[in-house]
Design a protein around this ligand. Structure first.
Ligand SMILES: CSC[C@H]1O[C@@H](n2cnc3c(O)ncnc32)[C@H](O)[C@@H]1O
Ligand code: ZN
Length: 429
């Protein structure tokens, strides 16, 4: 057994309390062995004046979209996708997706993210980058069938199923998968009715964008005569392992359905604000008992991949949406940031506890904006930034030590991404 000790820090425990303790990790199994004091270990990470927290889990993203960061801003979802993003994505090669993914994973590690769910294409490249970077992920091929003939639509759906089967368990079990129809309006009913049962039969979860904008709600109501999530339920897309992104425009019945079925909801506040999609009813979802996590969505609608920014946005927007300053408090946000997202997307992480997986972030508290230290849960939600993360650990392995990423060459990744982004734009022009 090879061990790693994180020493000198304060630990954020699953009940929200903070206690002074060291953490002993078995590097060979990636498990937390003990939380206490005076451990001898093969390797040490210094955490004096730091907060040791569960690693942050980004419950919904399109990580390779880092290449399109700043490419198209200040438009609503439909125009942004159809006028700018989809034409640019049509020009992306597998190598571009790899370069954009590596850049995104670098940003994740530097911001304390240890796990994420991703919907995109060229998933073999994304899986290879995840394996190299050392992160944990649920990956899937996103299906869009609008504008495609039947053969192409079925091929796209089949690819999503094949990818989910092929990559489940990859990277020593750090990669899991899902069947990923893009949304209830961009994938036909025929495809959903044919393929969702096939995913279900293989125990593959389903992930999709739902109720993001009113433009996504009205066509479903018109065509089906029911609300989008009632339709999703009818086609078998609300099960305990399933998770939806956004859930902005939900009525009471849909909130109830999400909670009753145990379907996870990934709240993406920055993307919802930037695209002016609306304000998700997060306090209502929490009150109903739904499993709620946080996600950045892609870097082209955010425009960064900082989960600490997302935490602050979730708290602020949650209060505004509820017209209540006590809504979506810091404790609820930290829960969404860690085990809420992990539970929603089905990752075994999000808790700093003995026997749990050692997916951790160590936050340096020696900064003016984190002084004084009345309440570290408050600081995580309202004041800490990605640049305050000092070390990142996933599956017991140190991915970043003293802000130096160990698994990726930062300069090379940034250089490659810059080159690929420029080449894509030239092709699109
Ligand atoms: C077919 S792969 C996934 C697909 O989703 C697009 N996308 C990025 N952000 C959003 C969003 O907020 N709502 C809906 N779709 C989004 C991405 O560009 C890919 O094409
Ligand atoms: Zn998305």
């Amino acid at each position: 057994m090879t061990t790693l000790a994180i020493v000198g820090g304060d630990c954020l425990r699953p009940d929200g309390t903070v206690e002074r303790a060291d953490v002993l990790i078995d590097k060979s199994t990636g498990e937390i062995l003990e939380i206490g004091e005076d451990f001898s270990a093969d390797e040490t990470l210094e955490a004096t004046d730091c907060l040791v927290t569960p690693g942050f889990v980004n419950g919904h993203t399109h990580v390779a979209m880092t290449l399109l960061r700043g490419y198209a801003d200040d438009k609503p979802l439909d125009a942004w996708l159809s006028e700018d993003i989809w034409p640019a994505e049509a020009a992306l090669s597998a190598e571009d997706v790899r370069a954009g993914t590596e850049l995104g994973l670098l940003e994740f590690i530097k911001g304390g993210v240890t796990g994420f769910a991703d919907m995109y294409f060229e998933v073999s490249e994304i899986a290879a980058a995840v394996e190299e970077a050392g992160l944990r992920a649920r990956l899937g091929h996103g299906i869009v069938t609008v504008g495609k003939d039947e053969a192409d639509a079925r091929a796209d759906a089949q690819e999503s199923l094949d990818v989910a089967r092929e990559f489940d368990g990859a990277a020593d079990g750090r990669i899991s998968t899902a069947f990923m129809p893009h949304s209830l309006t961009t994938v036909s009913q025929e495809i959903l009715e044919e393929f969702v049962p096939k995913a279900r039969a293989d125990g593959i979860p389903v992930h999709y964008h739902a109720n993001e904008t009113t433009d996504e709600v009205h066509p479903v109501v018109e065509a089906q005569g029911v609300r989008p999530l009632e339709y999703a339920d009818d086609v078998g897309m609300l099960e305990p392992d399933d998770f939806v992104a956004h859930g902005v425009h939900l009525n009471e019945r849909e909130i109830e359905l999400l909670a009753e079925t145990g379907t996870g909801v990934i709240h993406c506040p920055a993307s919802n604000m930037k695209l002016a999609s609306g304000m998700a009813p997060i306090q209502e979802l929490l009150d109903a008992g739904a499993t709620v996590g946080l996600g950045t969505d892609g870097a082209a609608s955010n425009n960064d991949l900082s989960m600490l920014d997302e935490a602050r946005d979730a708290a602020m927007l949650g209060k505004l949406a509820a017209n209540d300053a006590s809504a979506v408090p810091a404790e609820a946000v930290v829960e969404m940031l860690t085990r809420g997202s992990a539970d929603a997307i089905g990752l075994e992480s999000g808790r700093l506890e003995v026997g749990g997986v050692a997916d951790l972030a160590v936050i340096d508290l020696e900064a003016p904006h984190l002084t004084p230290r009345h309440d570290l849960v408050s600081h995580l939600t309202y004041a800490a930034a990605a640049s305050d993360v000092r070390h990142t650990i996933c599956d017991g392995q140190v991915l970043m030590r003293d802000r130096v990423v160990q698994t990726l060459d930062e300069a090379a990744v940034r250089r490659r991404a810059t080159e690929h982004a420029a080449a894509v734009l030239e092709r699109v022009a």
